[in-house]
Design a protein around this ligand. Structure first.
Ligand SMILES: NC(=O)c1ccc[n+]([C@@H]2O[C@H](COP(=O)([O-])OP(=O)(O)OC[C@H]3O[C@@H](n4cnc5c(N)ncnc54)[C@H](O)[C@@H]3O)[C@@H](O)[C@H]2O)c1
Length: 248
């Protein structure tokens, strides 16, 4: 897998799966734009990713749920690199868990805005720029979730947002495929990242028993699959949802 001279853009690149992905894409030769709403985390990621002489990484603050912020971010990328990235990873995501009967309207909206609308805004803004620059091909990878397929107690907002990301992916793949922009998504299971810190130990134990491999995944185990989907090795995969769950 070589991303020599390729530019990658990773939202949520300041933590967890996004950070691991940024490291792996950089290891494979890409210049990486680490986009996140948390600036301290962006700096930590930038410090930790591999960099050879021909690579130029960049950190950019972004609020994925706001169109102006996404457009601003693209502008910063274009100012520096003169062209948009051709690898785009939508990993920014949040949870606001509560049982359906108690879930506030604000927590419902916030999760849908970041996870689903944010993914839409990034795809639309960056794909338009890729087409405007006549770039020959690109790969967009969205992070949905296995719970978007089956549902999960206390996560009505999150599951709905991730089911939306999966079908947004399939529709984007149908519309953009003829322009040689592939769009795929990953459905991770339980992956050890800061996002899981809010999950009570009892629930974690229950989930571990439901995983064939009897353990949670590492963010790198998702990042490697993202790198495959970003590469030419997956040149005929489009509109796919790939489960990375250890067997759930
Ligand atoms: N960890 C898991 O078990 C798991 C399972 C399935 C899916 N996922 C999904 O994987 C993705 C990455 O999750 P993670 O586990 O690495 O979580 P994480 O909390 O470690 O990282 C998420 C990152 O997204 C950033 N972010 C949050 N809201 C943002 C916004 N509005 N604009 C820009 N950046 C924002 C955060 O600052 C953070 O750096 C998420 O979409 C998550 O829903 C995670």
């Amino acid at each position: 897998m070589s991303f020599f001279h390729k530019l990658a853009f990773v939202t949520g690149g300041g933590s967890g799966i996004g950070r691991a992905t940024a490291k792996i894409l950089a290891r494979e030769g890409a210049s990486v734009v680490v986009a996140d709403k948390n600036t301290d985390n962006i700096l930590d990621t930038l410090k930790s990713i591999p960099k050879h002489a021909d690579q130029e990484h960049l950190g950019v603050e972004i609020e994925v749920s706001e169109l102006n912020s996404v457009k601003d971010c693209l502008k910063k990328v274009l100012d520096k690199y003169r062209q948009p990235p051709t690898i785009i990873v939508n990993s920014a995501g949040i949870t606001r868990d509560n049982f359906l009967l108690k879930l506030s309207e604000q927590d419902f909206d916030e999760v849908l805005d970041v996870n689903l609308k944010g993914t839409f805004l990034v795809i639309q803004t960056f794909a338009n720029s890729i087409l405007a620059h006549n770039l020959p091909c690109a790969s967009i990878i969205n992070i949905a979730s296995i719970v978007g397929k089956y549902g999960n107690l206390g996560q009505a907002n999150y599951c709905a947002s991730k089911a939306g990301v999966e079908l947004l992916t399939k529709t984007a793949a149908k519309e953009l495929g003829k322009m040689n922009i592939r769009v795929n998504c990953i459905l991770p299971g339980m992956i050890s990242t800061p996002m899981l810190e809010a999950v009570p130990d009892k629930v974690k134990e229950k989930f571990t028993k439901m995983i064939a491999m009897c353990r949670f995944g590492k963010p790198e185990e998702v990042g490697e699959v993202i790198a495959f989907l970003a590469s030419e090795k997956s040149s005929y995969i489009n509109g796919a949802s790939i489960e990375v769950t250890g067997g759930f």
